[in-house]
Design a protein around this ligand. Structure first.
Ligand SMILES: Nc1ncnc2c1ncn2[C@@H]1O[C@H](COP(=O)(O)OP(=O)(O)O)[C@@H](O)[C@H]1O
Ligand SMILES: [Mg+2]
Length: 267
């Protein structure tokens, strides 16, 4: 993503340098602002990653998004907080682990015939399971992780997932992510693709309503991933505030907007 941001940052006299988050803290000497990049390996070393961000702030280096917000966003229980704050999320049961009996209860509870079971800490659909009512796992099956159980929403295969990219609280661009045929995960590693999407005023309002539920008013960047429910409403799947890939290909103004956001924060 750095290459896509560089020209706009240069125009604002900002120089971007890539530093591995695992480098010794001295490597960040003289840096005014740390912008989180796509640190894809952070899930495996989450506590070290969060500790590093906090250590940087303790040394007086600003980190964006702020470490406190990143910590909050690193466990999917943040979705429960957002729901309490008024966000419409995909209906979810929160369980410490999942048994076959829990799956049967969930199928009844949601009155659906397919479930998605995901980890409360996870990304990239890792360890996620799609379970059909007529193909339940054996009696002694356990998911083995603190879990979220959701009804499978068929919109994923038809319309796909909508991602709204907000910079400093303003909508920058929107894209639609579609799964490959026969697949329900939209991630590129499963053959998913992205295209520019022109949201309606109502869709923009629904995504903006999510941003307004966040615990801080204007994070530098936020990616709001939504999936359509059975009544045409958009439901929150994820609010990604850590190291979101912000899809510069679909948002030619992204670099300019982020550069202005950084400039403002530099004061
Ligand atoms: N309730 C659901 N109904 C249909 N598809 C889902 C549902 N939940 C997740 N998915 C699919 O699985 C993918 C990964 O789930 P997500 O909650 O975004 O977790 P991750 O943090 O791994 O990206 C989504 O991008 C979507 O394609
Ligand atoms: Mg996702």
């Amino acid at each position: 993503m750095v290459g896509a941001l560089e020209p706009a940052f240069a125009k604002h006299d900002l120089t971007l340098r890539v530093i591995d988050w695992e480098a010794p803290i001295e490597a960040f000497e003289g840096i005014d602002i740390v912008l989180l990049g796509t640190a894809w390996n952070y899930q495996d070393k989450e506590s070290e990653f969060l500790a590093k961000l906090e250590a940087l702030e303790a040394r007086g280096t600003s980190v964006f998004n702020r470490p406190g917000l990143v910590r909050w966003n690193s466990t999917k229980t943040y979705l429960r907080d957002l729901e309490k704050a008024g966000a419409r999320i995909i209906p979810t049961l929160w369980l410490d682990d999942v048994s076959r009996a829990d799956l049967e209860d969930a199928l009844q509870h949601f009155d659906c015939d397919k479930l998605v079971v995901k980890r409360q800490v996870g990304a990239g659909a890792l360890g996620q399971e799609l379970i059909a009512a007529d193909d339940l796992p054996p009696e002694d099956w356990r998911f083995g992780h603190a879990a979220m159980v959701q009804p499978f929403l068929p919109a994923i295969a038809k319309e796909g997932e909508l991602s709204f990219i907000f910079i400093d609280g303003m909508l920058s661009h929107t894209l639609r992510k579609s799964a490959a045929s026969g697949e329900y995960r939209i991630q590129s590693m499963y053959g998913g693709t992205e295209e520019v999407y022109e949201p309606s005023a109502s869709e923009i309002a629904q995504a903006t309503a999510i941003v307004e539920c966040l615990p801080i008013s204007h994070p530098l960047y936020a990616r709001i991933d939504m999936l359509r429910g059975s009544e045409d409403e958009l439901l929150l799947m994820e609010a990604e505030l850590i190291e979101p890939y912000l899809y510069p290909e679909q948002g030619p103004e992204l670099g300019e907007r982020l550069a202005i956001g950084v400039k403002t924060r530099l004061g």
